[in-house]
Design a protein around this ligand. Structure first.
Ligand code: NAD
Length: 359
């Protein structure tokens, strides 16, 4: 066995109903006195409550999906003008992404308080969109210093969005098993992420306001993101990255829709990864068969996104999308990928065909 693994330095505070006191304590630990709080306008009342006892210099609500460059520039200017010394981001991946954009150019530390299962809070990956091109990069400065997890904040996430977001986390796990920096440590996190998501998501759907299911999925979101953060982006993420940036497709739903097709395509060429995924599903009593069978059994129990055509991709977009994805496919992908393969995969995901009949 031979590998090099980076563990990212980050403090994680997990406690249901404890976001307020945890944020207050962590702001104090960082010695901050001019806090910038970022949340969408919709999340503002909740963000105000969580940060009621911290020294807030600025509340910022100008947040947009995929972090457009102009939105990032406005936030950076506002942060500089107020001389903020910590950014507290309360929201989904778009909100965390905006805080990362500020950290990237200023080095100001971030405390992330996630309200979805996207997992951006556990990675050093930033993303910015200019026109229809999304650029991503990795920089230690953008890794939030602290993550404050509070499952009560995810209760308001509707069941369908919770499922899409949870499947986004599942995609982090699956893709990390054949990613460029895949190693046994990432694989252990990925397997645990799959198991916990497979156990937690049906519980969230059965009882969306139930805390145990929410806690399970939120914990899973973290371990999934840790696997992804260290393993790097593989075929699935490259596909979704282009679809999100070029066609402005919603992030979580795109991941949730594309995942079974990538698993059907890559799985047979990655037997170890397949076995790992299958046994993680089996550990959650789902699917005694293959990895894809486990995923399909889980999906059948959930209100899942099914077809890219439901999210704004047109059939006519497919050839150009395939062409844009092809150069980004990692050379280490377990199966060689051609433009025709990508077109076939996108066509199936666009139509919502049965992934078992696609490979
Ligand atoms: P999002 O942050 O855009 O949120 C989706 C929608 O859900 C928004 O309308 C938001 O207001 C709403 N929402 C959020 N939390 C809610 C709650 N608790 N209750 C009700 N509504 C709520 O979407 P996302 O899927 O969390 O994040 C997607 C973004 O994150 C993308 O830009 C993606 O590229 C980025 N991302 C980055 C990484 C990384 O490592 N850098 C990882 C994952 C995702």
């Amino acid at each position: 066995m031979r590998f090099v693994h980076d563990s990212l330095p980050q403090r994680v505070c997990f406690g249901t109903g404890e976001a307020g006191p945890n944020v207050q304590r962590e702001v104090g630990r960082l010695g901050a006195s001019r806090v910038m709080v970022i949340s969408s306008l919709r999340e503002a009342p909740r963000a105000d409550k969580i940060t009621a006892d911290v020294p807030v210099a600025l509340r910022h609500h100008d947040v947009a999906m995929h972090v457009p460059v102009d939105v990032a520039d406005r936030a950076r200017e506002a942060a500089a003008k107020e001389d903020v010394d910590v950014v507290v981001a309360i929201g989904g991946g778009s909100t965390t992404g905006l805080a990362k954009a500020i950290a990237l150019t200023s080095g100001v530390p971030v405390i992330a308080v996630p309200t979805t299962y996207a997992g951006s809070e556990a990675t050093a990956v930033w993303g910015l969109t200019s026109g229809d091109v999304k650029t991503t990069g990795t920089d230690a400065k953008v890794l939030p210093r602290v993550v404050v997890y509070d499952a009560a904040l995810t209760v308001s996430l509707p069941a369908e969005m919770s499922v899409a977001s949870g499947l986004n986390a599942l995609a982090h796990c699956v893709d990390s098993l054949w990613a460029p920096n895949a190693d046994p440590i990432n694989a252990a996190f990925a397997a645990e992420g799959i198991r916990a998501l497979a156990a937690g998501l049906p519980a969230v759907v059965a009882e969306p306001s139930g805390i145990p299911g929410r806690e399970h999925v939120l914990y899973a979101a973290y371990v999934s993101a840790v696997a992804f953060a260290s393993a790097g982006s593989a075929l699935h993420h490259k596909i979704c990255h282009v679809l999100g940036g070029k066609y402005n497709l919603p992030h979580a739903q795109t991941h949730a829709t594309v995942l079974p097709y990538v698993l059907a395509f890559n799985g047979p060429s990655a037997p170890e990864a397949q076995a790992r995924i299958a046994s993680a599903f089996a550990a959650a009593s789902l699917g005694a068969g293959s990895a894809l069978e486990g995923l399909q059994v889980l999906r059948a129990a959930l209100p899942v996104p099914r077809a890219l055509r439901d999210y704004g991709l047109t059939e006519a977009d497919i050839p150009a999308a395939a062409e844009a994805i092809l150069p980004a496919v990692p050379p280490s992908n377990p199966r060689p990928v051609t433009a025709a393969d990508l077109e076939r995969l996108l066509q199936a995901a666009w139509a919502g065909d049965d992934p078992r009949e696609f490979a």
